[in-house]
Design a binder for this molecule. Structure first.
Ligand code: UD1
Ligand code: CA
Length: 496
């Protein structure tokens, strides 16, 4: 293939049927915008230059296109006067195109693949045509430009729906919209395209007729996988194409050695990376730049966005964003991993645990019912059930550091900033406000007092009192003190 290839991507149209404040080509499909998918395919053919034609909402479309493909040439088409006009604007913006091949594609065909563009361009160049049409045979050609062939089967024209005769409307070979041109021919044909047609637009497709009239070769190359050139015009089509792309992605991963128990409820974004022997259970979404290592099991009912899951890890019924789960680690069921969570090898973030900016060293465990915000937890440390890392004092966030091999009790509160040393411990219900030295046991709850007989005195006539009575409440006789502790002594309730 020549390296003298220019690709023009048309993305100036309004996309009114999307009924959206977001420009059509920016709507995402499997985690990437529609135009992002097209540019991804375009990049695979290694063009010398890419020109994107923007118009409607270009203040949003242009920066996005530049971000997706740095170095792209932007052409502004103020009024959308037709595809022929759009390509003319593109050629002007590029300062002319010289010799070589020009490929024209649309910005709203997310399933388009680089390999198809490569094969089409190669075929066009090998055949030395002035114009090649990437066509498709479809059951419902309504709305498309039809590829008209003569008695010998040679392509003579593309006729748009509105300009077609009833006989031409019967033709099921359609123009996908993707066209390849000899650059020199295109340059001299563009100014000759008129707008004397049903829509009053400058049709790029008129180039076919112009080439024929000049005695040049034209031809059509049918793409079997017609969905690759299908555009999404409304949100129903967007969902259809999204489901189809997901089906393709899931199938690709299964072929690469990933077990997917239920492809229909498994959603995998384009940029996700999965290792061999990963297992994905039903109801799982792997989004963004998520990476999952060998033998890991993810799901059921799990959403991971931009997460990294290590080899052999298990992530069950979890919602995670920008989190890292180490090799062999365990997460869930019902865990919420927020950005900045890093769980070390063999560690555990268990049931009903929320974490954020939390760094858990290898083997560290937070098994139950906890909030871990802005924390560093050392190797092999176990955090008791129902622990809150109180990281926010109402003004600023602070960090808690727990050393290695610590054992903290249930229902603790770590009031940050605070540090717990290596091998330290805390009693159940401790509110840790001050640093705990290595090896120390911190307890903050006061000594327990039992106010004997309290139930019978204060809850007489209730089921609770009946139960206490039946058990033979030892403090039956009681004192004058009513025993609720208010105004009493720590030994209130004892016999006087
Ligand atoms: C076009 C083709 C038709 C083909 C169909 C495939 C022409 C004349 N017709 O018809 O043969 O079967 O696509 O979908 O080319 N655009 C601009 N600027 C414009 C006009 C269009 O950037 O002035 C962009 C649109 O944003 C869109 C694409 O070009 O992405 C196609 O434009 P559209 O008006 O939808 O063309 P169709 O009538 O569908
Ligand atoms: Ca269209």
């Amino acid at each position: 293939m020549t390296n003298n290839l220019t690709v023009i991507v048309l993305a100036a149209g309004g996309g009114t049927r999307m009924r959206s404040k977001t420009p059509k080509v920016l709507h995402p499909v499997c985690g990437r915008s529609m135009v992002g998918h097209v540019l991804h395919a375009v990049r695979a053919v290694e063009p010398r230059q890419v020109v994107a034609v923007v118009g409607h909402q270009r203040e949003l479309v242009a920066p996005h296109v530049e971000e997706q493909l740095p170095g792209v040439v932007l052409a502004v088409q103020e009024d959308q006067l037709g595809t022929g006009h759009a390509v003319r604007v593109a050629v002007e913006a590029a300062g002319g195109i010289g010799a070589g091949t020009v490929l024209v594609a649309y910005g709203d065909t997310p399933l388009l693949e680089g390999e198809s563009l490569r094969a089409f361009t190669a075929e066009h160049e090998a055949a030395e045509r002035a114009v090649s049409i990437l066509s498709g045979i479809v059951p419902e050609p309504f709305g498309y430009g039809r590829v008209v062939r003569d008695g010998d089967g040679d392509v003579v024209a593309i006729v748009e729906e509105k300009d077609a005769t009833p006989e031409q409307r019967e033709i099921r070979e359609i123009n996908s919209g993707i066209l390849a041109f000899d650059a020199a021919f295109l340059a001299e044909a563009l100014p000759r395209i008129g707008n004397d047609n049903a829509k009053g637009e400058y049709y790029l497709t008129d180039c076919v007729q112009l080439a024929r009239d000049a005695g040049l070769t034209v031809g059509a190359y049918p793409l079997e996988d017609v969905l690759q050139t299908e555009g999404a015009n409304d949100r129903a089509q967007l969902a259809d194409l999204g489901r189809e792309m997901n089906r393709r992605i899931v199938t690709r991963w299964m072929r690469a050695g990933v077990t997917v128990m239920d492809p229909a409820t498994t959603w995998i974004d384009s940029e996700v990376e999965l290792a061999q022997d990963v297992t994905i259970l039903p109801g799982t979404q792997l989004l963004g730049a998520t990476v999952v290592g060998e033998d890991a099991v993810v799901g059921p009912d799990t959403t991971l966005e931009d997460c990294e899951v290590g080899a052999g890890a298990q992530v069950v019924r979890t919602h995670g964003q920008l989190a890292v789960v180490g090799d062999g680690a365990n997460v869930g069921p019902f865990a919420y991993l927020r950005p900045g969570t890093r769980l070390g090898e063999g560690g555990k973030i268990g049931t009903f645990v929320e974490t954020k900016n939390a760094d858990l060293a290898p083997g560290a465990k937070v098994p139950h019912l906890s909030y871990v915000g802005d924390a560093t937890i050392g190797e092999g440390t176990n955090i008791g059930a129902g622990t809150i890392f109180a990281n926010y004092d109402g003004v600023a966030k602070h960090r808690t550091t727990v050393g290695r091999q610590a054992r903290t009790g249930s229902n603790n509160t770590f009031v940050a900033p605070v540090t717990v040393g290596d091998g330290a411990g805390t009693g159940a219900g401790t509110v840790v406000r001050d640093d705990v030295p290595a090896g120390a046991l911190a307890v903050s709850a006061g000594p327990q007092r039992n106010l004997e007989g309290w139930t019978l005195r204060r809850r007489a006539g209730t089921a609770q009192a009946a139960a206490a009575e039946a058990a033979g409440d030892p403090a039956h006789k009681t004192s004058q003190d009513d025993g609720d502790g208010v105004g009493g002594t720590p030994s209130a309730g004892a016999e006087s």
